[in-house]
Design a protein around this ligand. Structure first.
Ligand SMILES: *Cc1c(COP(=O)(O)O)cnc(C)c1O
Length: 239
């Protein structure tokens, strides 16, 4: 009998296929399994089905799991808010960071990136909602702020800019979500035309990933739809 996790992943792969076939020019879509709040044995279960990318939000929780999972060639994605004093451990332990919105953090991630590792893959987080409480560069300033981050990146060879990330508003108003997804796609296309390492539009979670793919996302970050409700309680705000 198929386990719940393999059944969920199978269904998500099918939905991704369907959503991306709407647009024939669609790029390949990466599925990041968001394992925050989940025990490490569930990560092994998903890995055995073929998932290679896992996302975590809380550094200590992620480090505890990494110790158990040393033998597995997993790509680790950091998704949570970043405090300056965590940058060293984040850049030593992750392959990707999606939640960058400050130059100071970029510099620290660059400076502490170990020389035996390839440059750290990064996405700049954009706040597409009008709520000031959310992390990310506000979309209305994005052209201007991204330009200065990109300027800075020229001095940071240990970082590789892969794209932009967002968490669209959590609202019943589907038109608003669509507007936010569209504005991200526009920004992504502009960025991609300017910088040749850019190939990633990171948007879409359990409840909106099909819509996000329809509007051009090529990396979705899915937690509860794969693993079920999160069991581990971690300090910090759970988005
Ligand atoms: C928690 C989280 C996810 C996954 O959310 P689900 O609703 O469980 O799929 C994706 N991206 C970020 C940034 C998150 O914090």
């Amino acid at each position: 009998m198929m386990s719940i996790i393999s059944k969920n992943i199978f269904e998500i792969h099918q939905s991704i296929q369907e959503a991306s076939s709407i647009n024939s020019s669609h790029e390949k879509i990466t599925l990041v399994a968001v394992s925050k709040g989940q025990p490490f044995n569930k990560i092994i279960e998903a890995f055995d089905i073929g998932i290679l990318n896992f996302g975590e939000n809380y550094l200590q929780e992620a480090l505890d799991k990494k110790i158990q999972l040393q033998k597995f060639p997993i790509q680790w994605h950091f998704l949570g808010p970043i405090q300056s004093n965590k940058c060293k451990l984040i850049t030593e332990n992750f392959d990707w960071v999606h939640s960058i919105d400050r130059i100071k953090v970029m510099r620290l991630l660059n400076d502490f990136r170990p020389s035996n590792l390839t440059p750290l893959n990064i996405c700049i987080q954009i706040n597409t909602s009008s709520e000031d409480t959310k992390s990310g560069i506000p979309i209305k300033n994005a052209n201007y702020d991204l330009a200065s981050l990109i300027q800075e990146l020229k001095e940071l060879p240990r970082l590789k800019l892969r794209g932009i990330m967002s968490i669209p508003s959590n609202t019943e108003n589907i038109n608003q979500v669509i507007d936010e997804l569209k504005s991200m796609y526009t920004l992504y296309t502009e960025l991609k035309n300017q910088i040749n390492t850019v190939d990633t539009l990171s948007m879409g979670m359990s409840n909106d990933y099909k819509l996000a793919i329809k509007y051009g996302s090529n990396l979705v970050r899915i937690g509860t739809a794969i693993f079920g409700i999160r069991a581990i309680k971690t300090k910090g705000v759970d988005k």
